[in-house]
Design a protein around this ligand. Structure first.
Ligand code: NAP
Length: 260
């Protein structure tokens, strides 16, 4: 399939997710699309895609505007994690300012199902409070960046799952670390939670398949889940699947729509 122009369509994908990697594989097969996949640089060994990539922040919305202009980007796809709100806000601002069309690849949030015992909260500080005052055995499936938010709640014992081994001490006194990269498996997560005698799980409502195993495992074991709702992001066009993004790139776009 070719877009409606012989010119290359220059696309910036904001990545850091399994969906972004799947999209990268799909665009790699399209000779008319010239793509750069951007990583923040949080993961030490990111899974590198079969397309050009760059690593590191742009320098806020203004830096992203400069990048879009300098690299003559025709389209931006925001395929970041639903909790990467700052990057997504910057993308909206920069794309509005430069006139570069933006599409977000956004998975639907998980919904509670029969047997789920969710305590929904608005953010991670509220999740830490929701654990309560009494000591509990907590599975923290939230990544490395926000562990310090739990540092004031040292009465709990934490099991933390990280993509990379920690470089230094974590801000939690009673903590065990499991180093593993998704996608995760329901049976294995059930065994992990049971082996650590986990009493409560903290999760961000990421949606999608890669990280849902811990939610299913908690349901299987009858454990409560403190589920953090997604942060708000300014209105933007969103689609739920890689196929929808490809449709937009291949059939619904031309390089002349840049508008700068
Ligand atoms: P964030 O808070 O929204 O972003 C903070 C800053 O990091 C941004 O302002 C930007 O710096 C830079 N940044 C973020 N994503 C970038 C990207 N794809 N390419 C280039 N720069 C990027 O993001 P975050 O929550 O720290 O997440 C960082 C990365 O990890 C994202 O790629 C995200 O998809 C991935 N991730 C996040 C989570 C999560 O729970 N937050 C989970 C899994 C994966 P400048 O302002 O300098 O441009």
């Amino acid at each position: 399939m070719a877009p409606r122009s012989d010119k290359l369509l220059r696309v910036l994908i904001l990545g850091g997710t399994a969906d972004a990697n799947r999209l990268a594989a799909a665009v790699a097969a399209e000779p008319h699309i010239d793509t750069v996949l951007s990583f923040a640089g949080r993961t030490e060994t990111p899974k590198l895609p079969p397309i050009p990539s760059r690593i590191g922040g742009f320098g806020g919305a203004a830096g992203l505007m400069d990048y879009l202009r300098a690299e003559r980007i025709d389209r931006v796809v925001d395929a970041t994690h639903p909790f990467a709100a700052q990057m997504s806000r910057n993308a909206v601002e920069a794309c509005v300012a430069t006139g570069v069309p933006l599409l977000a690849l956004e998975r639907a949030p998980w919904q509670p199902r029969s047997g789920d015992r969710w305590i929904e909260v608005d953010d991670l500080p509220a999740a830490a409070i929701a654990l309560g005052g009494a000591p509990r055995r907590v599975f923290l499936g939230i990544g490395r960046q926000n562990l310090d938010l739990f540092a004031d709640y040292q009465q709990h014992s934490y099991l933390v799952r990280l993509v990379d081994p920690p470089r230094g001490p974590l801000p939690l006194s009673q903590v065990e670390v499991v180093v593993a990269r998704g996608p995760f498996d329901r049976t294995a997560d059930r065994a992990l939670l049971a082996a650590h005698r986990t009493e409560i799980v903290v999760a961000k409502n990421a949606g999608g398949d890669a990280a849902v195993a811990k939610i299913e495992a908690a349901r299987d074991l009858g454990l409560p889940v403190v589920m953090v709702r997604r942060p708000s992001i300014p209105p933007r066009r969103t689609v739920p699947s890689v196929a929808d993004v490809m449709d937009w790139l291949v059939h619904d776009s031309t390089p002349t729509e840049r508008g700068v």
